[in-house]
Design a protein around this ligand. Sequence first.
Ligand SMILES: [Zn+2]
Length: 207
Amino acid sequence: MLLGNAIIVIVSAGILGVGLIFAIRIIRILRNYGQARPWIVLSILISFFSLGYIFTALRFLNINLMPGATLDGLVTAIFFFGAVFVLILAVLNRNLFANIFGTTINDSKAIDLFADYVGMPVMNLAALIRPAYSVTCDICQQRVKYSIPDIVRTHPRLDRGVEIEKTTGEVIYKFYVRHYCNREYREMPVRHDHKFEYLSTGSSRLV
Ligand SMILES: [Zn+2]
């Protein structure tokens, strides 16, 4: 029975090891963008879990590496850090999905955030912007409707959805309008003048 337990725990440690390889690959991708820290924490947790599993498996085989530590204490620690692990993973996934599919904030909150980002009083901004704009997709030729609150919702990090260009004293806003196009998300860069009137559009890019 205990040998069976030891085998299952060792197999579990192996599965964790594969998980660790994937976590390290994610770190390699994210470190180029300065976003790797939460995954480094997760990798450290996975490493501790692996050590805990190996320690437990050896206990089942009557090999005691740390006589001071009890199995109960170890299980309690694994429960606690397991919960921390799930919480970090849930927050990271929530942020990731918000970046892909957008957030659900209402129009007035979105306009508040936008006004803050462009440094303009909300009243002035509300008087300038239109309820909706539209642009033709360069790939599927569909007319895509968008509004400024839409831009805010689809870009939780507004600096990725709105670029402010200040050339020769005139302010130009470049919005990245997200559009589901032929089973993939694309973003079209659309330029607006200082009164938020449509100016021009450029080539879309894959999200
Ligand atoms: Zn399209």
